[in-house]
Every structure is written in structure tokens, then in C-alpha cells.
Design a protein. Structure first.
Length: 287
């Protein structure tokens, strides 16, 4: 199926879709976005994604230019038009076209676009065997500089960390905060499990509160796992039975080697398998 793109009220092909070189999303990273999944043609937790998108926009003084209900309808229509049953949707709002200055008042209206396509971060083998990771030297941005609850277009620190992983020939990186606590992967939330207790860094620590992360916590508690949100350090990961990552694009995947240390028994473990089954059942139901 070809990529479906809605931009500023019109459907465009991949070759036709474009934004101005004066768009402040391009010039300054001034904008917000969401990554969303559809399974079997049903969009997973669209309302939660749209709510987070609008909260991010409001916090940076950006008016999306349409009510939330209209935005949801547009995404649903674009998904249906694509014909892709299991899709990845990228929804972006930028400040819009302005001048070469940073003044957001110079941007008359936002640029809004929605891309419906597919995505595959790793091969099936990597999901089965787990990922190799390193701890990145590049930390996440300080939470007082830009709230991690804003899913902004400013991802350069995460890209620099990703480059470290590429140079080290590993699958992914784990990023720390400015105090040295474990935060998240380059674009995913982080969990570890030991002796039946599932732990993850709390949102106040400076991580993005992921929609898939929240779903995993709900499922784990429903399955009678003890779930603890608390600051973690690298020792917690090195000594864990299992470490795993979650995200809209990644879904759930184990980390089986970190900084040269084998995690647990070096295989994707039972907690990941259990939560993975529960997640697939959840998205199949469309909850």
C-alpha cells in the first residue's frame, strides 16, 4: 500500500507533500508530534494520543487550528483511506511558516500533517533474541529546559545517543538523566523486572510518559505483578532478571545485553513473553 499523507487539509502523494523552508518546525524544531499505531484497521488509544498532542501544543503556546474532535476524525479518515490494516501514523503540528526570526507571532497558522505508513524497527529475530545495548554518554535533556511531557520536534540529544549506539554496533542505547539515573532508550520507555517485581522510572524523573508504557503498567498490574515507579540506576538494570523497552513503534522488546553484561540468562524472558501476549490481545480487542 502507498504512503497516505494529509497535509493542511489536502491529501498528497509522498512526492507531492512538502513544507516551506521557512516553516519553524524545520528552522527551529518548533512543533509537536505523536506516533500512533493501528491494528487491524483500528487505531490504538487515539484519544490518549490526541490529548497528549494537544497538551504538548498548549504548553508551548501553539494553537493546532482545529478542535480535538476534528483532529481525531482526520486521523481516522486518513487511516481508512490508506488501506493499511497494521499501520504506523505520524501526526505533526509545527508553528507554521514564518520568517528567519524566532518570533512565533510571525507564523500565521500552524502546519499540520498526518502520515500513514508502516514501520519496522528491528527484525523478527531481534525481537525473539533481544537487543544489545550500551549506556549512552549523551544524557537526556534537562527536565527544566524543556518538559519531557512535551513530545516536541527537538530530538537531537536522542539522535546523538543513537549515533553512539550505531558506532558501537549495538541495537539500541540507554540514556541517563543529568544526575546519572536511568531514563529511557533513544525513543522508548524502559522497564526492568526482578523476582516478579516490575520497575520503571517515574514520569517526574524527566522521561516521556508513553501511551504504550501506561498500557504495559495497566496490564502488568492486572496480571498481579507488583509495579513500582521509582528512580533506577545502572546497577538495577545489570542485576535484573529482565530488562525491556516499550513504545508505539517498538511495542515491547527485551534487552539481553547491556554494556557487555548479559541480562538475566541472556534470553528474552517470561515477563516480556507474558506482557507481549497480553499486549497483542489488548490491541486485537481495540481497547
Amino acid at each position: 500500500m502507498p504512503t497516505t499523507i494529509w497535509i493542511n487539509g489536502e491529501y498528497k502523494t509522498r512526492d507531492e507533500a512538502s513544507v516551506s523552508v521557512f516553516d519553524h518546525g524545520l528552522l527551529y524544531g518548533d512543533g509537536v508530534f505523536e506516533g500512533i499505531r493501528a491494528y487491524g484497521g483500528r487505531i490504538f488509544r487515539l484519544s490518549e494520543h490526541i490529548d497528549r498532542l494537544y497538551s504538548s501544543a498548549k504548553s508551548i503556546w501553539l494553537d493546532p487550528g482545529m478542535p480535538q474532535a476534528d483532529m481525531r476524525k482526520m486521523v481516522e479518515d486518513a487511516q481508512a483511506k490508506s488501506g493499511i490494516k497494521d499501520s504506523y501514523i505520524r501526526l505533526v503540528i509545527t508553528r507554521g511558516t514564518g520568517d528567519l526570526g524566532m518570533d512565533p507571532r510571525k507564523c500565521d497558522k500552524p502546519t499540520v500533517f498526518c502520515i500513514v505508513d508502516t514501520i519496522a524497527l528491528w527484525s523478527k529475530e531481534r525481537y525473539e533474541r533481544g537487543l544489545t545495548c550500551i549506556t549512552a554518554a549523551t544524557p537526556i535533556s534537562h527536565k527544566e529546559n524543556l518538559s519531557p511531557r512535551v513530545k516536541s520536534l527537538n530530538y537531537l540529544s536522542h539522535i546523538l545517543a543513537k549515533i553512539e549506539g550505531i558506532a558501537a554496533n549495538v541495537d539500541e542505547v540507554i540514556m541517563l538523566d543529568s544526575s546519572g539515573f536511568v531514563a529511557e532508550a533513544s525513543g522508548m520507555n524502559l522497564f526492568c523486572a526482578r523476582r516478579g517485581v516490575v520497575k520503571t522510572p517515574p514520569p517526574y524523573s524527566g522521561i516521556l510518559r508513553g501511551v504504550t508504557r501506561d498500557a504495559m503498567i495497566e496490564m502488568a498490574r492486572d496480571a498481579n505483578y507488583e509495579v513500582v515507579e521509582e528512580p533506577l540506576n545502572r546497577y538495577d538494570l545489570y542485576s535484573a532478571d529482565e530488562v525491556f523497552l516499550t513504545g508505539t513503534a517498538a511495542e515491547i522488546v527485551a534487552v539481553t545485553k547491556l554494556d557487555g553484561r548479559v541480562i538475566g540468562n541472556g534470553q528474552s524472558g517470561p515477563v516480556v513473553a507474558d506482557l507481549g501476549r497480553r499486549f497483542r490481545a489488548l490491541v486485537t480487542r481495540g481497547d
